[in-house]
Every structure is written in structure tokens, then in C-alpha cells.
Design a binder for this molecule. Structure first.
Ligand code: A1D88
Length: 262
């Protein structure tokens, strides 16, 4: 049904898989659209009680498709807004959403994991904001979600430095819900989903509605600024340099000018 999104339902648990392992599940506009459709579909399907979002292969997702970015002269407003809508779809969904973070969740992948209600990680899996590595300010509501969990000071640090946050530290910061034992990520995520299945899901749906309506009130205003900034930064010399450096597998050399100047 979708090209790079797989969806299955078993015993009330839907699994949505970002499935482009050759590119570490890097996301393009079509994948964001399909992900939103899959989440909305699961949200409306009576057979689905709990949703698990994960990535195929070694990593959850490497975020926006940098190889595709190399072909752009700018990042479109439509793509930028789609990123924010994708993580909002997880937040708006009335079913509990668990991000099963296999390997790395980078950039937009990190934003999506943070848009979920729960994150199950392993000691070796990590959340990596990554945006500043490619001279971008952020998307997928990443700053908004992060700020809700760790506060502004830690958000500023994680966004500016793009330091990876591994399982145990993520747990300490409140970013991870559970850290599964090595090799047990799927088993422990499923056990967590089954635990949720036994909870009063109607009341949890109302809790989610309340979180969304109260704590995400200004999300769309935020999202528009996020998209405008992504467009400006996507046209900057620093971003061009970062994308070229990524493809050439070398460290970028930033020119230190304000992002958005050419
Ligand atoms: C609009 C949205 C914007 C954003 O999200 S901005 C943030 C963009 N994302 C990043 O900056 C993260 C970039 N990727 C990485 O840092 C690493 O990857 C990982 C930590 C995720 C995984 O590392 P490892 O397991 O060592 O894999 P590997 O050798 O780096 O990559 C394997 C193949 O995957 C391709 N790939 C990785 N990330 C992306 C990406 N974001 N877009 C497109 N392709 C990607 C590589 O190039 C390579 O491919 P080949 O084998 O052909 O050389």
C-alpha cells in the first residue's frame, strides 16, 4: 500500500515500520506523507489499540534524506511542514504510540521518536538531534517535543551540539521510557505494549487529547516558524557544505555566518 512504510496488526498492536534500510530509513516527502496516512489509518481502525513505530534494519531512521537534499537548491515549505505534521500525527492519535528505537534515531527520526508517547531504547540505541551537523535548525517539531521533556536548557545543548543520547542517559533525562536488555528490544517493547493493552484505553485516549489540546496549543504557530527557518537554512552555504561533506564522508567546514546568508 505504501512504498517505504510497512504496517501490520496483530492482537490489537499495530506495527508501523519505516522501511528503507539501504538509506538507514532516511525520509523524503512521500515517506512523511505515507507515515501520516498510516498513523491516521491506525488511529481510526477499531482493531488497533496500541501502535509501535520502528525502523527496518540497524537504525530507527537517519532523518531527512541528505542524498535528496544534495539535489535541492532549497528545502520546500511543503516538505518542512510535512515533517512537523508527521510527528504531530503521533501526538494527536488517540491510541498510545510507542517508538521502538533500534540503533540511531537521527534528525527527523529523532523528532518522530520524540513525538511518540513512549520510547523504548537499548543501552546502545541513541537519540541524535543531528540537525546542526547539517547546518539546519530542526524540523519534525523536534525542539517543541524535546523542550516538553527535558526543558529549554538541555534542549539548547542537544540541538546546538548534536550530542548522541544513549539509552541509560536517555532514561535519566526522561527521554526513554524503558531501556531494554541487549537483544531484547522487540520482546520488551511488545511486553510494554501488552501492559498498555490491559490499561483503560478510553481514559488514556482522553489523557492524550488533553495533552494535545493543552500542551500543544501553539504547535502550529511553532511549526510555521520551524518550516520558514528550515527553508532559509536549506538555502545557506553552510548547509550546502554540510551536505557535500556528508556525501564525501568528511568533516564540514562551516563559514560561521548567520544561517540563511549565502
Ligand atoms: C528534512 C529533514 C532534515 C533532517 O532530518 S536533518 C538530519 C539529517 N540526518 C543526519 O544528519 C544523520 C546522518 N546519518 C548518520 O549520522 C548515520 O548514517 C547514522 C548515525 C544514522 C548511521 O550510521 P551508520 O550505521 O554508520 O551508517 P552509515 O554508514 O553512515 O550509512 C549507511 C548508508 O545510509 C546512508 N545514509 C545515512 N544517513 C542518511 C540520510 N540522512 N540520508 C540519506 N542517506 C543516508 C549513507 O550515506 C550510507 O549510504 P552508502 O552506503 O550509499 O554510502
Amino acid at each position: 500500500m505504501y512504498q517505504h512504510i510497512k504496517q501490520s496488526i496483530q492482537d490489537g498492536i499495530a506495527q508501523i515500520i519505516m522501511d528503507r534500510p539501504g538509506s538507514n530509513n532516511a525520509l523524503d516527502a512521500e515517506m512523511f506523507r505515507d507515515l501520516i496516512a498510516a498513523v491516521e489509518h491506525c488511529g481510526a481502525d477499531e482493531a488497533v489499540k496500541v501502535i509501535i513505530l520502528t525502523g527496518a534494519g540497524r537504525n530507527f531512521s537517519a532523518g531527512g534524506d541528505i542524498k535528496e537534499m544534495a539535489t535541492f537548491s532549497f528545502i520546500s515549505y511543503e516538505l518542512s511542514m510535512l515533517t512537523g505534521q508527521a510527528s504531530l500525527a503521533l501526538r494527536k492519535c488517540r491510541k498510545p504510540v510507542i517508538a521502538m528505537v533500534n540503533g540511531t534515531a537521527a534528525g527527523a527520526g529523532c523528532g518522530l521518536a520524540l513525538g511518540a508517547d513512549f520510547r523504548i531504547m537499548t543501552e546502545g540505541s541513541c537519540l541524535l538531534t543531528a540537525f546542526s551537523n547539517v547546518a539546519l535548525p530542526g524540523d519534525t517539531g523536534c525542539i517543541y517535543h524535546l523542550h516538553q521533556i527535558v526543558g529549554l536548557a538541555k534542549t539548547i545543548e542537544l540541538m546546538a551540539l548534536s550530542t548522541p543520547v544513549y539509552g541509560e542517559e536517555a532514561l535519566r533525562l526522561g527521554l526513554a521510557t524503558r531501556v531494554a536488555a541487549a537483544g531484547k528490544l522487540e520482546e520488551e517493547t511488545r511486553a510494554f505494549a501488552i501492559q498498555l493493552l490491559r490499561r483503560p484505553l478510553g481514559a488514556i485516549a482522553m489523557q492524550k487529547q488533553l495533552y494535545y489540546e493543552v500542551f500543544y496549543r501553539d504547535y502550529m504557530a511553532y511549526s510555521r516558524i520551524e518550516a520558514e527557518n528550515l527553508g532559509k537554512a536549506g538555502a545557506s552555504a553552510d548547509h550546502r557544505e554540510a551536505v557535500t561533506a556528508f556525501l564525501e564522508r568528511r568533516e564540514p567546514s562551516f563559514n560561521q555566518k548567520e544561517t540563511g546568508t549565502k
